[in-house]
Design a protein around this ligand. Structure first.
Ligand code: SAM
Length: 315
């Protein structure tokens, strides 16, 4: 059936992401000592793809570090929706930057694999305090890191996992959906944003995803994914920066911002880092680079009391 094959295809985008991240790590774009454990057959990506993944990693990392470095009397929480095999918790913990709670959710097929891999890997398991592994349920429960199986269209189940993770709904929380909402039905992604807006009182919801499905490059991007059985269900619902921003405002968020990756790369990524990575590989696809980066964006919505998130973000 179509539903389950596209579910498998969207999960495969996660394997793709891990392989691309490992390709970057091996070329020296960034350090991630953990992604290697999630990739069976390492591949070399083109300089264009490597640079794109680096930009994505650096943009998200910049927001995470802003969030984590803000002073707060309460604990900090990160919730990663559709986390796949992302290794951010392990990287942050290695750097001693991990928040009090880092919770990840994804489909059972993905979290059960992740739970098995982490349980079997000393280098990763050593970052967990009093861990309990339940791979058959797709769960890891530990002092700071929690992994749960949950379909993001099931908000009742999301309520249950927030409770299991012992999240404090008023504590500063960064919710991350990196290349996730765009694969969901627009109704479902809006319901998810509405759910998060009503659940948390001091939160920023960060979404990284594609835009501009209407032009030639965008059409090609859609066809590429569709040919792999993985339609970008959300691309027509929110295809511009303005619509990405409005989606937050329409679902209960107080403030919202959307910036494309071309601008983020040029204006918000550390220029020293940029110069360093630009020397790693011969690169001459400048025109394609700008077009590609204009087709990805970071959008975030904020809900806060007492200006918890004043000054947060790309400004
Ligand atoms: N966020 C990770 C990253 O950036 O590396 C993984 C991104 S991957 C492109 C998309 C992930 O979203 C997959 O792991 C997929 O299983 C998950 N996903 C998509 N729709 C979902 C849903 N309805 N419920 C749970 N997970 C979902």
């Amino acid at each position: 059936p179509r539903a389950s094959s596209s579910r498998a295809a969207v999960q495969a985008t996660n394997d793709d992401a891990s392989a691309s991240k490992l390709s970057c790590v091996r070329k020296g774009y960034m350090t991630d000592n953990y992604v290697q454990y999630f990739v069976r057959r390492p591949v070399k990506r083109s300089p264009l793809i490597n640079r794109g993944y680096f930009a994505r990693w650096a943009a998200i990392r910049a927001l995470l570090m802003q969030f984590l470095s803000q002073p707060s009397s309460k604990r900090k929480q990160i919730v990663s929706l559709g986390a796949g095999f992302d290794t951010t918790f392990f990287q942050l913990n290695e750097e001693e930057n991990a928040p009090d709670i880092f919770m990840e959710v994804d489909f059972l097929e993905v979290t059960s694999k992740k739970a098995m891999i982490v349980a079997a890997c000393k280098e990763m398991a050593r970052h967990l305090e009093s861990p309990v592994f339940a791979p058959e349920k797709g769960e890891i429960s530990s002092e700071h890191y929690k992994l749960f199986a949950c379909d993001l269209t099931d908000t009742a189940r999301l309520d249950a996992v927030c409770e299991k993770a012992d999240l404090d709904l008023s504590a500063p929380t960064l919710i991350l959906a990196e290349c996730v909402l765009i694969y969901m039905d627009p109704e479902a992604s809006r319901a998810l944003l509405r759910w998060a807006a009503s659940k948390f009182s001091n939160a920023v919801f960060v979404a990284y995803e594609q835009i501009h499905g209407e032009d030639a490059f965008g059409q090609q991007m859609i066809r590429n994914l569709e040919s792999r059985g993985c339609p970008l269900l959300g691309i027509h619902d929110t295809s511009t920066l303005e619509s990405k921003m409005n989606r937050f405002l329409e679902t209960g968020w107080k403030r919202a911002v959307a910036v494309d990756m071309d601008e983020i790369y040029n204006r918000h990524i550390d220029p020293v880092e940029r110069r360093r990575i630009e020397r790693l590989e011969i690169f001459d696809e400048f025109e394609e680079w700008h077009i590609m980066q204009e087709h990805y964006c970071v959008a975030y919505g904020i809900i806060d009391e007492n200006e918890t998130f004043a000054g947060f973000g790309f400004s």
